[in-house]
Ligand binder design. Structure first.
Ligand code: MN
Length: 295
C-alpha cells in the first residue's frame, strides 16, 4: 500500500488587532475557517513594538474559563498578576501558563522601565469536563533548548525529538520556537496524528514549496512525519501542533467552553462580581467589562 499523500499546506494571514495599551498585535487564530490547531485555539503575535517607558501593554483585570493562557516572551518584560495571588514577571526565554478551569482573572502590564515588547500569546482549550480542573498558574524559566541544523530550538510545550517540556497541559500537543542566524533548513520530526501550524514571527520560510512572510501561518493537516522548512537568515518561527479537537468548542470574548450555556453563565457571573473569578490585588480598579452576549 502506498503511503497516502497528506492534504496540502494552507495559508493563514494574521490580521491587526488591539489589546490594552499601545502594542498592536497580529492575530492568527481563530479565523473563520480555522479555529483551532490541536487544542491551540488562540494565537496573537505581539510586537515587536517599541514605546516610551511607562507605556507598552496594559491589560486590565479580565476573566477566563475553559482554557490555559500561554505566554512566550521573546523581548521585554511583563508583570502577570492573578486572582490566586500570583505576581510574576516574565522575561525573555520564559513561559507563563495560567490554567483557568472554572474561573480565574488576571492582569498583564509591561514593566515601568520597559521600552520593547515581543511575545506570542496563545490559548489552549481545556478538554470537556474543564469545570473540574483547578485554576492554577505556572512559571517556567527553564525550557529544553538545543541547536540542530543551524537552528536554535526551544521546546515550549509537549515533546519533540526525545525532549519533553515541563509545561502542564491536558491534551496531546506541541509548541516549539525556532530561530536562526544564517539561512537554515532543519528537519523537524512530526507526529503524524497531529495537525500543525508554522507561524513566521520574523524573516521568512518556505514550506512545501510555498513562501511565508512574517505573520503568515502555514497550516499542515495531519499525516506528516517531518517538516523541512527553508528559513531565511535571521528568521524566527513558532511551530504549534496537536491532535485535532473532536468535540464542540465555543470561543467568545475571554471564554472557551463546549457549549454556549457555560459561556452565558460566565459572562453573567463576571458582570455580577461572582467569587469564581476572584479579584486581582492591586489592580481592582482595572476591571474590564464583558461585551453583551451575541445570542
Ligand atoms: Mn487573559
Amino acid at each position: 500500500m502506498p503511503t497516502p499523500t497528506p492534504a496540502p499546506v494552507e495559508r493563514i494571514a494574521a490580521r491587526r488587532a488591539e489589546i490594552g495599551g499601545e502594542v498592536a498585535v497580529d492575530r492568527v487564530l481563530p479565523v473563520r475557517h480555522r479555529r483551532t490547531i490541536g487544542a491551540w485555539c488562540f494565537l496573537d503575535h505581539a510586537g515587536p513594538a517599541r514605546f516610551e517607558p511607562g507605556r507598552g501593554m496594559h491589560v486590565g483585570a479580565h476573566p477566563h474559563i475553559g482554557l490555559q493562557t500561554f505566554t512566550w516572551m521573546i523581548e521585554g518584560e511583563v508583570l502577570h498578576r492573578d486572582s490566586l495571588g500570583n505576581v510574576q514577571p516574565i522575561r525573555p526565554g520564559e513561559v507563563n501558563l495560567m490554567t483557568a478551569g472554572n474561573g480565574i482573572s488576571h492582569t498583564e502590564d509591561s514593566q515601568p522601565d520597559q521600552r520593547v515588547l515581543h511575545a506570542a500569546q496563545l490559548w489552549i482549550a481545556l478538554p470537556p469536563g474543564h469545570d473540574t480542573i483547578a485554576p492554577a498558574f505556572d512559571h517556567y524559566p527553564e525550557l529544553p533548548r538545543w541547536r540542530d541544523g543551524g537552528v536554535d530550538f526551544t521546546l515550549l510545550a509537549g515533546s519533540l525529538a526525545g525532549r519533553k517540556a515541563p509545561c502542564r497541559v491536558y491534551s496531546p500537543l506541541v509548541g516549539v520556537d525556532l530561530s536562526c542566524g544564517g539561512a537554515a533548513r532543519p528537519s523537524i520530526p512530526l507526529d503524524p496524528a497531529f495537525e500543525h501550524g508554522l507561524l513566521v514571527l520574523e524573516g521568512g520560510a518556505t514550506v512545501e514549496g510555498g513562501h511565508f512572510d512574517a505573520n503568515e501561518l502555514a497550516y499542515l493537516p495531519p499525516g506528516r512525519h517531518a517538516l523541512e522548512p527553508a528559513l531565511a537568515a535571521g528568521s524566527r518561527a513558532l511551530l504549534i501542533g496537536g491532535v485535532p479537537i473532536d468535540h464542540p468548542i465555543v470561543i467568545w470574548w475571554n471564554f472557551v467552553a463546549t457549549d454556549k450555556t457555560r459561556i452565558t453563565q460566565a459572562q453573567r457571573d463576571w458582570e455580577a462580581g461572582h467569587a469564581r473569578f476572584g479579584t486581582v490585588a492591586g489592580r481592582e480598579d482595572s476591571r474590564l467589562a464583558a461585551p453583551p452576549l451575541p445570542w
